[in-house]
Design a protein around this ligand. Structure first.
Ligand code: ADE
Length: 418
């Protein structure tokens, strides 16, 4: 079996950690049991480009239990957990091409290795597989049933492809499922981003000024958790609605030109490029800590920062010190790559449980409906989305009420007024 991982000798620890994550993924576990019996993905070649973590391992194992031939590569050069990659190859016989810290050339070599398996389905976190198929290997599209997409940035790229009439197969936007972005983007990013910043710096959050850049689902989660740890949270935004929401959630809102002068911590979660620019870095306080938790490493203008800085050195693992012309020091974490996966382990298993349940059931839906679907971006059907919520609640031991017949009838009526 072909593969490219750091060291197969790491597989023992990887297996233990994969099993630890599985304990907190009850919905995916149920899907795996069901897939094992029914084999709904029998013989399907699936190329997956996802963060190679313990949670992703459980998804890959589930897809394999459903009969798929899965090949996995990393969706970010810094997010791979090498012990997990080793275990997937050695213990679960799933080919993996991923090494933490791989350079850009190796990243694309690995991505192309998964495409060499002639996938009928791809699973992306950031749309790199789809983008490679469409721009470089269009012949592969002929045998494609479709693709699934995990993240906001990927969905935006795919919607741009669809709008330009360039999408050559259907896509399921897993990110847009309610049981994905309400939980993974908010509670997952909120917790794992702070986890990443703290593992990299071990700085105290209480009493600090924490600037959250962008108030989408990820920004909301991060602001909420930073406040929970005692930070004074500032939000910067470009969208008036999101900014208003931040104000009414009790945060201070101001432009980056002002926030840059007062923040102790900065974290970007916008999905856009050059959000913290050199003009902002120049005004930061001595010791400011800057990171990104958005999908791509484009949110911080690091090339320009390197040009103006007097010097640059490693201060700690994942922490680079830039000395500015003023003599003030600015610390950039994880090379500006998503800090929750670069210096920590990404979102906890309990939220990835729902995200990956959507991936597994989305894959089955795509295969079943391949003849009917057009070359468009679809959301996960609401029935599947709500079933995942129901299963998660049940796994958490929570019960809810049901509508009475009278209530159902009332909600469907118009004639009863004051
Ligand atoms: N994205 C964010 N956290 C993740 C995790 N733990 N596994 C896979 N993808 C992720």
């Amino acid at each position: 079996m072909k593969h490219h991982v750091k060291d197969l000798a790491l597989s023992g620890m990887g297996k233990k950690r994969i099993e630890w994550a599985e304990q907190d993924m009850p919905v995916l576990r149920r899907i795996k049991e069901n897939f094992t019996k029914r084999k709904p993905l029998k013989g399907l070649n699936v190329a997956a480009c996802l963060h190679v973590t313990t949670e992703t391992a459980n998804l890959a194992i589930t897809l394999k239990a459903g009969g798929a031939n899965v090949t996995l590569c990393a969706s970010n050069p810094l997010s791979t957990q090498d012990d997990v990659a080793a275990s997937l190859v050695k213990n679960y016989k799933i080919p993996v091409y991923a090494i933490k810290g791989e350079d850009n050339k190796t990243y694309y070599k690995h991505l192309n290795a998964t495409l060499d398996t002639n996938p009928q389905m791809t699973m992306d976190d950031g749309a790199d597989l789809v983008s490679a198929i469409i721009s470089e290997r269009p012949k592969l599209a002929e045998s494609m049933v479709g693709s699934t997409e995990e993240t906001t940035t990927g969905v935006i790229r795919l919607k741009s492809l669809a709008a330009a009439n360039l999408l050559t197969f259907p896509v399921i936007a897993v990110n847009d499922a309610m049981t994905k972005h309400f939980f993974d983007n908010r509670y997952g990013t909120g917790q794992s981003t702070l986890d990443g910043i703290l593992r990299a710096t071990n700085r105290l959050v209480a009493g600090s000024t924490f600037v959250v850049v962008g108030y989408g689902w990820c920004g909301k989660g991060l602001a909420m958790r930073a406040r929970g740890m005692g930070a004074n949270v500032i939000v910067t935004e470009v969208d008036p609605l999101a900014a208003l929401e931040a104000v009414m959630d009790g945060f201070r809102v101001m432009p980056m030109a002002e926030a840059c002068k007062v923040g102790d911590f900065f974290c970007t979660v916008t999905g856009n490029l050059n959000v913290i620019r050199v003009e902002h870095f120049k005004k930061m306080r001595d010791g400011a800590i800057v990171s990104n938790s958005g999908h791509f490493n484009v949110e911080l203008q690091l090339d320009e920062l390197a040009k103006v800085a007097k010097s640059k050195k490693e201060a700690r693992e994942y922490t680079e010190e830039y000395t500015m012309p003023s003599g003030r020091r600015v610390y950039v974490l994880g090379e500006g790559r998503l800090i929750n996966l670069a210096s920590a382990e990404g979102h906890p298993a309990s939220v990835m449980d729902m995200s990956f349940a959507n991936q597994a059931l989305g894959a089955e839906f795509l295969l079943k409906n391949s003849k009917k679907l057009e070359n468009k971006v679809y959301t996960v059907p609401e029935k599947i989305d709500r079933e995942i919520a129901r299963l998660k609640l049940a796994a958490l031991g929570m019960k809810i009420d049901t509508l009475t017949k009278e209530q159902t009838k009332y909600l469907a009526s118009w004639d009863m007024g004051t």
